[in-house]
Design a protein around this ligand. Structure first.
Ligand SMILES: NC(=O)c1ccc[n+]([C@@H]2O[C@H](COP(=O)([O-])OP(=O)(O)OC[C@H]3O[C@@H](n4cnc5c(N)ncnc54)[C@H](OP(=O)(O)O)[C@@H]3O)[C@@H](O)[C@H]2O)c1
Length: 238
């Protein structure tokens, strides 16, 4: 699984390590990855998902170590380095977000899918976001990357269904991690004022529980399904 060193990915890795042999990736925070390894026994592997050679190395490492891949969790992702109104935001940031949040998981999935198709079974999870359908004008490139990722789920679910490989979208709402640290206080205030029907911020464990249900095969007849793990944010209320 990707992006296991911190935040949501770390929560998922801790949960999965109870039952699975886990390979958890990190990009720059080796310290955080090492502490995950210590805590859970998971293998750790440095992989920038936007880099094709590093994606291939990750799959080769996993195959060498375990000889199969039962579950791929595409979790690694980033917010724009600077939040900027779409009137000002740069092409550099757009390219970085698309490469990391969309192209990376799309092509990592292609590598894993070939192996799972040969195995005759497998499960794949994409961690997207409420941003795949919610316009945030100061991080348009993030919204576009996540909207594209939701389509990737549909494509891979349709392509792999006959190979007995199930594909799921887990769509987090506002989850307490480093990614939202700068705006955590504002979000807390907005949640208290009614932004979320369930009036609390999400925690990495909330996402991990959804992935647990998928990993245990409880949703195996639901390929292509979207799990909104967002405290009801997606509900339209009149
Ligand atoms: N937090 C939220 O409210 C929220 C809401 C909706 C969706 N999400 C999505 O959930 C996922 C996890 O987010 P988070 O909040 O847990 O973020 P986070 O706390 O910032 O952690 C991000 C993780 O992804 C890794 N990562 C970042 N860029 C990478 C790259 N290019 N290649 C490989 N790994 C990379 C990081 O590795 P290092 O530790 O080595 O830097 C870290 O493990 C993301 O896809 C995010 O878009 C988050």
């Amino acid at each position: 699984m990707t992006g296991a060193s911190r935040g949501i990915g770390r929560g998922i890795a801790i949960e999965l390590a109870r039952t699975h042999a886990v390979v958890g990736t990190y990009r720059g925070r080796r310290d955080a990855a090492e502490s995950l390894k210590e805590q859970t026994g998971a293998e750790i592997f440095q992989c920038d998902v936007s880099n094709p050679a590093e994606r291939q190395a990750l799959i080769a490492f996993t195959q060498e170590k375990f000889g199969r891949i039962d579950l791929l969790v595409n979790n690694a992702g980033m917010a724009p380095r600077v939040r900027q109104d779409i009137m000002e935001a740069t092409e550099e940031s757009f390219d970085e977000l698309i490469a990391t949040n969309l192209k990376g998981p799309y092509f990592l999935t292609q590598l894993a899918a070939r192996i799972m198709a040969q195995q005759g079974e497998g499960r794949i999870v994409f961690v997207t976001s409420i941003s795949s359908y919610t316009a945030s004008l100061n991080r348009g490139e993030y919204c576009i990357s996540k909207a594209g990722l939701s389509m990737a789920v549909a494509l891979w679910a349709a392509r792999l269904a006959a190979c007995n490989v199930k594909v799921f979208e887990v769509r987090p709402g506002i989850i307490r991690t480093d990614m939202i640290a700068a705006v955590e206080k504002t979000y807390e205030e907005r949640i208290a004022a009614g932004l979320l029907p369930q009036r609390r911020m999400g925690e990495p464990r909330d996402i991990a529980q959804a992935v647990r249900a998928i990993a245990d095969g409880l949703l195996d007849y639901c390929t292509g399904q979207v799990l909104n793990v967002d405290g009801g944010f997606h509900l339209r209320i009149l």
